[in-house]
Design a protein around this ligand. Sequence first.
Ligand code: FES
Length: 558
Amino acid sequence: MNSLWQGRWTTKARIASGLVLFVYVLLHFLNVGLGLFSLDLMEQAQDWRKAVTRSFVGGIVLYAAFLVHAALALERVARRRTLRMPVWEATQVVLGILIPFLLFVHIVHTRVAFQQFGVNDRMGYITGLIWDTSSGRNQAILLLIVWIHACIGLHYWLRGRDWWQRATPVLIGLAALVPAFALAGFMVQGRAQRARLQDPDSFGTLAELYNWPSRDSFAAMDTITGNGLSVYWGILALVAVIMAFRRWGMTRRSLKIQFVDGPEITGRKGMTLLEMSRASGVPHMALCGGRGRCTTCRVIIEDGSDLLHPPSPEEQAALRAVNAPPNARLACQIRPTEPATVMRVFRPDGRRARQHESLGQERKLAILFLDMRGFTARTTGQLPYDVVFLLNRFFDAVVPSITGAGGTVDKYLGDGLLAVFERNSAQASARAALEAAAGIGSALETFNKALKAERADSVAIGMGLHLGELVLGEIGAADNAPRTIIGATVNTASRLEAETKRLGVEALVSEDLLQAAGIDTETLDLASLDLRGVRHPVAALPVTKASTIATLLRDHNA
Ligand code: FES
């Protein structure tokens, strides 16, 4: 349960307020749906509901939940650096923004009408008032918007839980029934009440019963609605300005670098050209690791050399030693502040590319070690064909989670594998590894269900996830040199995977990876581990069920 409440306090407040609103909305819709049976039943349920929501405490909780939820959601939108987001999240954000536009008028004609104009805002009053009007159609749309928004929020909060995944097919059916029930209730009572209100004989009685608002009261309510919407427009404009300002701040510090015969990349002022290349995933030779001791990172500045700072004596000496032309510079030593066009002397194509790749390319990447637990004991005495069959089924089940997250299997290691996540940035790489680990956890659960149906023992796994500097290179004779990764990071990830067995968890995720993924580790229960062959203790998050990593990622959506 605790993993559901991980994250910053704002995340927790958004979830808690969302839950309050979900319960309110569900009861409200069920209440409207009772109109399918009778107006009396509908209004009786409304009386019970109002006893809570119009009590002093109930009112505070409800309106505080609404304000907190809306404010935190808008704050989250304002803080976004990009509008790129998954479709489900974009849907939820857009629907959430639309809600107040349609909700104000409803609140004003019910709660405000009750408090300011003494209207007895019973269900019969509001359904009869808006049925067969544009307001009625808008309120029906509002009902659907609110419900979809709420269901998406609830689903993406709970989707990592086993019980939720099992119950999802049933819940989808129930989720479709709720708005259908509410709309049916609204339709039946709206039509009936509208007819009564239009009948001069019954209108007088109903007007007295509901203390029907006067023409002036309706006009005042329209004014209040208009003012409320104006304030909301102002808030949205403020959010848009904050977003634009943040983006402007980012672009002000950024600049374009055009590689001849290569991509155009965006870098930030203050970075070296080599750092910009690496951050954008552009292969760039740098044998000494960017320390100014090899000249393999050198570039020819085709355009913009006059805007660069002059070379240091060390850079000058290094370039002179290789007889470099005047416009050659070391990519690891220059920090462009203006756009430039450059050409890598050692480009990643042709023979030089082979040379480049074979010598190795240093990247900061996330890797994942996966091992099937108890494989030897499980397969002892089995026919080799059966062992191969089991392994291939297992890999068929879990590897799509790796490739789907943008990773590749670097090598298979008997009953395990090593995967690497080559992305443009360390953050993207780290998040891809976490996404893959969560997917593997879910895939394993499905795989084990299939094994159980076959009366076979389930499979357990251990995963070690770490992020750090790696060397990617072709190791072997020319023309027969598979690409692989080496470095201390690989060893650390391997040791973390081994440690999962002792701790009895499915995964251990290093703090370095979590932080690179943008996850606040302050609130996480990290273990400090002494790993064989690793000089310093490594802080890592033990994860009992790997599928729950999805929740961790969702709560820290960058
Ligand atoms: S990487 Fe060696 S000098 Fe730049």
